[in-house]
Design a protein around this ligand. Sequence first.
Ligand SMILES: NC(=O)c1ccc[n+]([C@@H]2O[C@H](COP(=O)([O-])OP(=O)(O)OC[C@H]3O[C@@H](n4cnc5c(N)ncnc54)[C@H](O)[C@@H]3O)[C@@H](O)[C@H]2O)c1
Ligand SMILES: O=C(O)[C@H](O)CO
Length: 316
Amino acid sequence: MRLLIARPMTESVEVRARAEFDVEIRDNTLPLAQGEMLRALSEFDIVVPTLGDLFSAQVFAEIPAPRCKLLANFGVGFNHIDVDAARAAGVAVSNTPGAVTDATADIAMTLLLTTARRAGEGERLVRADAWQGWHPTQMLGHHVTGKRVGIVGMGRIGQAIARRCHFGFGMQVAYQSRSPKDVDFPAEYIPELNELAAAVDFLILAVPGGAETRHLINAKVLEAMNPSAILINIARGEVVDETALIAALQAHQIAGAGLDVYEFEPAVPQALRDMDNVTLLPHLGTATEEVRTDMGHMALDNVAAFVAGRPLPNPV
Ligand SMILES: NC(=O)c1ccc[n+]([C@@H]2O[C@H](COP(=O)([O-])OP(=O)(O)OC[C@H]3O[C@@H](n4cnc5c(N)ncnc54)[C@H](O)[C@@H]3O)[C@@H](O)[C@H]2O)c1
Ligand SMILES: O=C(O)[C@H](O)CO
């Protein structure tokens, strides 16, 4: 069976892939272009795609009977794949849940602390050689310990964030999700999103992307937030109406934002880049050597199971 891996991977993943499979590893860090996706579906049995490779209904429509039978996605989020269209074309989809959880929760905390404590702004001040010295009212930020945090999407990553907030920072945790969760820390379930938004100092997004959550955070939710509150997004850019977010920040409806993901990634609006109360990261959630290696092996475990005719360990 021929395997295509759509990006260069960490060394041990590439070594294993070459040892176990008839593999082509694409030597390009950019997403697959339309023509490359069509070739992937028609010339390979299995493809390991990732974020940015837009396997849309239109792509599947162009190759109605693809040779490819598995998209073993590198990453837990699969909103770049039209899973229904894939299934209709006879293509299974798998992903890499769990491997990404702790690192992504760590990045949520990085964003929360950096934004609340104005660490990015302070770092820029020092680098610009503009710091005039400590004084009692210099660069006052928002206190974190003991504050109220609201988590939207209490799944694997949401719960890992909640644990860090509760056990690490003594924060009071509230959340919204599709259903209440049985968790091992105190957490209040607030099913109404605007109510949750109004009740917290930090609102953290950890839902999947896709049609169901597109613009879940809109002007109304941002209006419901406290003027002293901060929005953190480690989920997917499309979960937030970015135009509404910029307007809310400009009108001081909220105090700041910490973003790892963007609606039209990798484009980041100039208006956001101009604001000192916004922390901007380039989708770093899972960006550690260990985690990217674990994700790669998890994707290959799915490939191996498929080749051996066993059930996929991580079917979507
Ligand atoms: N920034 C990054 O690098 C990075 C890294 C990993 C994952 N992610 C994103 O985080 C997402 C979550 O990952 P996970 O492993 O925690 O997934 P998960 O499936 O374990 O958790 C998602 C949670 O969201 C809830 N949910 C779904 N739709 C909802 C809705 N409309 N309203 C409220 N809650 C809803 C689900 O019930 C579930 O509890 C991924 O799908 C991915 O898009 C980002
Ligand atoms: O969904 C994921 O796993 C990340 O966004 C990519 O690392």
